[in-house]
Ligand binder design. Structure first.
Ligand SMILES: CC(=O)N[C@H]1[C@@H](OP(=O)(O)OP(=O)(O)OC[C@H]2O[C@@H](n3ccc(=O)[nH]c3=O)[C@H](O)[C@@H]2O)O[C@H](CO)[C@@H](O)[C@@H]1O[C@H](C)C(=O)N[C@@H](C)C(=O)N[C@@H](CCC(=O)O)C(=O)O
Ligand SMILES: Nc1ncnc2c1ncn2[C@@H]1O[C@H](COP(=O)(O)OP(=O)(O)OP(=O)(O)O)[C@@H](O)[C@H]1O
Length: 486
């Protein structure tokens, strides 16, 4: 492949060329290439430079940088999906390769399904068996700790390889949470819960979304806005017919925040991924395809273990909302109206190429449909109408959108929405409420769909119960359990 043109079918090899972090500027360069083609340089900028890093911290930053380089490569790899992968300049062990294979194969699951590609067996990261046994990139200084996550379930897809490469040092990180904020309801629920539990936090986000900034500023907490620029050639490749589609963006954001946590001396990276995120769309003839795979529990477990084992033993990565369903998160959000005029879960707000919606809620996408439906059982109707500016459940044109959420005559949309059983239970609850039951979509549900459903599956209460599979540190969970149970 040359500079002149991009032909996805001719590409043989995807290369991780090099990565570099400059502590004086806070800028990371992540460099990739296809064959001997042009360098594709992604730039991540972490505010707060210059960073004074003692040797043990600098080594951990280098390990986090390589992890980010490897994970963020998925945006470029997908453009050609070539048969070979090469890593120039450093080596990885088999545990790291196993994690990456999971991230690429599952995180590109929707991409592969939509493009008719088979990724299983195709994605192989080269492994060096001659690595030192403790750390893939040379041993760090400082006290080494075992990576057991006390008492919690830390089995992971990468566990088969746990004997190799684990044993990162304890860095003595400050007790402080870097909480990812996405502008929607989920992270706001986490931020308020951590605040109530007295845990110090900085709210952090990636990208230039004004909506996220406004929500972050509204928390009144310290903020950290991290810049990210994709290599510009990717968009040109897309114009020239590159493979394109969904990527596991949460995995990339997670790796960026792990790097930022080391730079800003925080011992926790907190995401807000509910347990419903672990369930994908059931596609006839294909099986499960999960749009939000890197928001799921399998990713969280594998990534958290990798960070503790190979980056810093005292750096926790977890999702505070893992025990909650989407409906349980909606119930928590309803308790506080502080963000009503600022938040949005509608993904049309978050394009990196600059489109800006006129309204915070487009009102026609699966996320708008789902968030409206999930909040409706828990919010007074006038408050919900003020948030959305209209009643999506009284618009007959929206029936097909809600049917998809109910998994009625179709599969769950490829979006960040709850499980079909959550949507059905929410709709069934509304069909019993005088203020909702006459609205067009609810009325039609009660008439046509409800009679076909088993009553036992429609109760809200079981869906609000907390799940005990999570990776929340016990000292945090002990302070929050009662709040989330109510
Ligand atoms: C905002 C959005 O939904 N974007 C998806 C959309 O991309 P579009 O072209 O409409 O706009 P951009 O997001 O600006 O992307 C431009 C191109 O750049 C590629 N790209 C972007 C970010 C990145 O990290 N790597 C990239 O390669 C992208 O492919 C475009 O060509 O459609 C795309 C194709 O299906 C999606 O990939 C875009 O999704 C974004 C990466 C994104 O941030 N989406 C989140 C809102 C999202 O879907 N979050 C999921 C979490 C899923 C997970 O497992 O992490 C969720 O909330 O469920
Ligand atoms: N730009 C971003 N920077 C950092 N973290 C992000 C960003 N966008 C989303 N996240 C995080 O990724 C996770 C999944 O995002 P998601 O969009 O589901 O959450 P949300 O925006 O908090 O809520 P909602 O589901 O209502 O949109 C959350 O933990 C969120 O904070």
């Amino acid at each position: 492949m040359t500079d002149a043109a991009f032909d996805r079918d001719k590409v043989q090899c995807f290369r991780f060329v090099r990565c570099r972090f400059d502590a004086d500027t806070g800028i990371a360069h992540l460099v990739y290439a296809f064959d001997d083609g042009p360098e594709l340089v992604e730039i991540v900028s972490v505010p707060g430079a210059p960073f004074q890093l003692e040797p043990g911290r600098a080594e951990a930053v280098e390990r986090a940088l390589r992890l980010l380089h490897l994970v963020a490569g998925v945006s470029y790899y997908k453009a050609a999906v070539p048969p070979d992968i090469r890593i120039d300049g450093y080596s990885i062990d088999s545990g790291t390769a196993a994690l990456l294979r999971e991230v690429y194969v599952n995180g590109l699951g929707e991409f592969a399904y939509r493009n008719g590609l088979a990724l299983h067996g195709r994605i192989r990261f080269p492994v060096s068996d001659a690595l030192p046994s403790r750390l893939e990139s040379g041993e760090g200084s400082g006290a080494f700790a075992s990576t057991k996550v006390g008492g919690r379930d830390d089995s992971s897809p990468a566990s088969a390889s746990r004997e190799q490469g684990e044993g990162a040092p304890v860095l003595g990180l400050r007790r402080h949470a870097l909480t990812a904020i996405g502008g929607g309801k989920d992270s706001l629920v986490s931020i308020e819960a951590l605040r109530a539990a007295g845990i110090e936090q900085t709210v952090a986000w990636i990208g230039s979304s004004q909506l996220i900034r406004t929500c972050a500023e509204h928390t009144g907490l310290p903020t950290l806005a991290i810049g990210r620029q994709l290599a510009p050639q990717l968009f040109e490749f897309n114009r020239q017919g590159a493979w394109n589609g969904h990527i596991p963006v949460t995995a990339i954001n997670s790796a960026i925040l792990v790097l930022a946590a080391l730079l800003h001396d925080a011992d926790q990276v907190v995401f807000s991924n509910e347990h419903s995120a672990s369930y994908g769309s059931q596609i006839e003839g294909t099986g499960e395809v999960n749009h939000q795979w890197s928001k799921g529990w399998a990713f969280e477990k594998a990534f958290a273990r990798h960070v503790r084992g190979r980056v810093a033993a005292d750096l926790s990565y977890y999702s505070l909302l893992r025990p909650l369903s989407e409906l349980a998160v909606a119930r928590q959000f309803a308790k506080n109206d502080r963000y009503d005029a600022h938040f949005s879960s509608c993904n049309r707000n978050f394009h990196i190429l600059g489109q800006r919606p006129v309204n915070r809620w487009c009102g026609v996408c699966p996320k708008c449909h789902f968030v409206f439906l999930a909040l409706a059982p828990f919010l007074p109707k006038p408050r919900l109408m003020r948030i959305f500016g209209r009643n999506l459940l009284d618009d007959p044109a929206q029936v097909p959108g809600f049917d998809a959420l109910l998994e009625y005559q179709g599969h769950k949309p490829f979006e960040c929405v709850g499980e079909g059983r959550e949507s059905r239970a929410a709709m069934a609850a509304l069909s019993n409420r005088p203020e909702w039951r006459e609205d067009a979509v609810v009325r039609r549900f009660a008439r046509e769909i409800l009679p076909q459903l088993e009553e036992a599956g429609l109760a809200l209460a079981p869906l609000l119960e907390l799940d005990d599979r999570h990776g929340i540190p016990p000292e945090v969970w002990n302070r929050l359990h009662a709040r989330f149970a109510a």
